[in-house]
Design a binder for this molecule. Sequence first.
Ligand code: AMP
Length: 307
Amino acid sequence: MAITVVGSVAFDTVETPSGRKERCLAGAATYFSLAASFFTDVRVIAVVGEDFGASEQAVFDAREIDTTGIQHAPGKTFFWQGSYLENLNEARTLQTDLNVFAGFEPKIPDAYRDSQFLFLANIDPVLQRRVREATPHAKLVAGDTMNYWIKDHKPALLEVLKGLDILLINDTETRMLAGNSNLVLAARAVMEMGPRMLVVKHGEYGATLFHKAIPGAPDSRTFKTPAFPLEQVTDPTGAGDSFGGGFFGYLASQRELTPGVFRRAMFYGSVMGSFTVERFGTERLQQLTREEIDHRFNLFRELTHLD
Ligand code: AMP
């Protein structure tokens, strides 16, 4: 099953304890599509500027990602600058230039219309909502957001949440969105806003799936996966979006969405996030192979197996 994703395609400048990298190809939709492309067909909706050239396009082409829905506009591509010097688990945003995203009118190419899986990656909730409304037949809709939108664009974000099956956000954002410092209560409050499932990402501590009800599932309404223990974290940017790509890509590749499939999807999410942080930007995802993914998935099994 193909996934349509809308979100930022960006150039990022990041500084981490491992160094500084200028203008790497990044953005929520880029990380998401590269990660999801190892599991299923991916179609992107975004906008880029004149500084997005053949070498950037080649990154999408190499993974056979459909970029018909990426518009080229006069001006500069979205730019984000962040620092992890104080805290490797949370970026401090130094600069956000929406650039071509400021006047973006998303259009859904006809060839995307049969996508049954829709992912609203991090971008202005007004744009997320427009794409959601234009794809009423999507079978499963998931989305992501960040503190930037929760803080200053909450009414628009609340409208998006009403149209989501699954929301993926980090733990600080969950507490912020719900206005409750207890994560379990905050998760419950967020699910009252629309999504029937919530994936809370905890950075180097893994992720938790909260759900209202999965047909046939046991009583437990939470499932937790660790993050893969790594010796070197070079750049945490994109871990969340790559988690989303692994998680949703795996779901889209399965015939039936059983409770076990959701649990495995959480593992694949963690696996994809763990690769991304090994290098700056999308470098690691660009060189990744399916064999490496399967190998790390099996290591994950051993890491968490009880008997
Ligand atoms: P994360 O997975 O949360 O680390 O996402 C990192 C990506 O989000 C970076 O590549 C940024 O380009 C992108 N990003 C940062 N701020 C925003 C924003 N306000 N809207 C959309 N994308 C953003």
